[in-house]
Write a protein that binds this ligand. Sequence first.
Ligand code: SF4
Length: 273
Amino acid sequence: MKDYLNVTGTIFDLKKYAIHDGPGIRSTVFFKGCPLACWWCHNPEARNPEPEPVDSERVRIRKYVMDPSREGTIGYEVEVGYILEEIEKDRVFYDQSGGGVTISGGEPLMQLDFLAALLEGCRDWGIRTAVDTSGYAPREAFELIIDNVDLFLYDIKLIDTAAHTEYTGMSNELILENCVWLVQQGSNLVPRIPLIPGVTDTKDNLSGIASFLSGLEGVDEVSLLPYNTIAEDKFERYQISNRLGRLERQSIEQLQEAGKLFEEIGCSVRYGG
Ligand code: SF4
């Protein structure tokens, strides 16, 4: 038996038929745990690396694909073999659409052994992989997985270090260094920029990110992620304080203005995942 099959980790969801988490039709596995604490976090239930019980009277958790009996708990431990069997069921969709599996979170690199084992399994089983990462992980972590990742969906939130620290709890220096290194290694990397009104969608920030990316040969596509209110709804549901308050999604014109900044440096722009 392959060693990776029995490696365990903690996930909080497995989404089927995902169409915003990379090319084609995908299965997205959401790892639990994140070192950042973004004010706008759209998956606040992901931050704690441990499974956590919730008050099922107060919080209605969607039924999990793999084990509906776990309703009422956020996060559960699974083996890599179990995930591979689940995602294998949709192979026909991946093959027809150019899709595969996306590993997201939380921050997948926080559970490095689990991530490396799952990626090895996907490579063995011929399933294309994408890793959706904040970039906040030691270089050695990326070195361990890089050969088994077909695509990095790489979040770049704020280019100013002080602002990044304020709004995410961590500096962006490591994130930007890892981004440069991955591109230098020839990784297929698509930067993803969450557009948070008044925070990350300002002209200063987007111009700064465009300027940073213009120095990276091989980055020719950018995803701009328009603001959505999922986070606000979750903050209410999980009774987490919402430090940004209620915000408005960007208009088409605002999105086009933002997109122009990246088209000017030769990138094609995708709006959404
Ligand atoms: S990196 Fe993603 S999962 Fe982590 S706190 Fe920020 S938005 Fe949430």
